[in-house]
Design a protein around this ligand. Structure first.
Ligand SMILES: N[C@@H](CCC(=O)N[C@@H](CS)C(=O)NCC(=O)O)C(=O)O
Length: 292
């Protein structure tokens, strides 16, 4: 590993497979499938191919909220995509998401399957399909979509920036940690000020914007991400804390956080979800599995 202070970029960048750090085995400078592997298809209209990371949890929280509201058409099979093993580069997954990242959804309820990728697009598609959690009145809808897109644009600085350099980079460098800690704190403050004004991020109503933002910024506030709670002094963001606790008390949020999860308490890991009853019978403590 070259020290960044001494690094002089060559004229043309080339792929040094040894320099990728923790994600060296999956990071590549090219797109496309690496191997043939069709995706499994279950019995429900909605087929989700995902992993219980913050980006994956957004969608399972929405699906569980839709089911809790009584939308039987939101029943889903959640298949596990092990990104550490390269499942996202299988031909079937790439057909569902050419960007090779979880989550990906295939809606098989109509004559022709509809693929949807990017978590924000999936949340919007499902909210529109079921007419829930996204206001229809133009001003309220604009506010919800603004915060939804805020999350999509902001969280990569938290995950790919702060989290990467603070928790995952093989060597700790002050410059990137400083830069991205500053930005992560600024974003937490944006959210904190907003949540001082309103109960939910988009106003009085609970929307897909909350569901998108919670796994990232609620996770930061609750200390689930990067073991950075103390470093970022997350207790200072009191309105974010209040809102995160409020969401966490929702049974659908609790269920959604368990689906496709490979880390944490085995009781909170439901590796695949094919039936509502799976939460009672198939979490890893019930099947005697180990955290992956
Ligand atoms: N903008 C995407 C981000 C998705 C994303 O970054 N997914 C990560 C896991 S959280 C992934 O699949 N990484 C695998 C890889 O990069 O190869 C979304 O919101 O859906």
């Amino acid at each position: 590993m070259t020290d960044s202070a001494e690094y002089v970029p060559p004229k043309v960048w080339t792929w040094d497979k040894a320099s990728g750090g923790r994600f060296a085995s999956i990071n590549r400078p090219v797109a496309g499938a690496t191997h043939d592997k069709p995706l499994p298809v279950g019995r429900h209209p909605l087929q989700l191919y995902s992993l219980g990371t913050p980006n994956g949890q957004k969608v399972t929280i929405l699906l569980e909220e839709l089911l809790a509201l009584g939308h039987a058409g939101a029943e889903y099979d959640a298949w596990l995509i092990r990104i550490g093993d390269g499942d996202q580069f299988g031909s079937g997954f790439v057909a569902a998401n050419p960007n090779s990242k979880i989550p990906a959804l295939v809606d098989r309820s109509g004559a022709t399957p509809v693929r949807v990728f990017e978590s924000g697009a999936i949340l919007t598609y499902l909210a529109e399909k079921f007419g829930a959690f996204l206001p229809t009145e133009p001003a309220a809808r604009a506010e919800a979509l603004s915060w939804l897109f805020w999350q999509m644009g902001s969280a990569p600085f938290v995950g790919g920036g702060f989290g990467h350099f603070y928790a995952y980079a093989p060597t700790k460098f002050e410059y990137p940690i400083n830069r991205y800690a500053m930005e992560a704190k600024r974003q937490l403050d944006v959210l904190d000020r907003r949540l001082a004004e309103t109960e939910f991020v988009a106003g009085d109503a609970y929307t897909i914007a909350d569901m998108a933002i919670f796994p990232w910024y609620g996770g930061l506030a609750k200390g689930w991400l990067y073991e950075a709670a103390e470093f970022l002094a997350v207790h200072e963001y009191r309105n974010v804390q209040r809102w995160a606790d409020q969401l966490l008390a929702r049974p659908a949020v609790q269920r959604g956080r368990k689906v496709n999860r490979l880390t944490g308490d085995p009781a909170d890991q439901l590796h695949e979800r094919h039936d509502a009853g799976d939460f009672d019978t198939k979490t890893q403590d019930k099947v005697g599995g180990t955290a992956g």
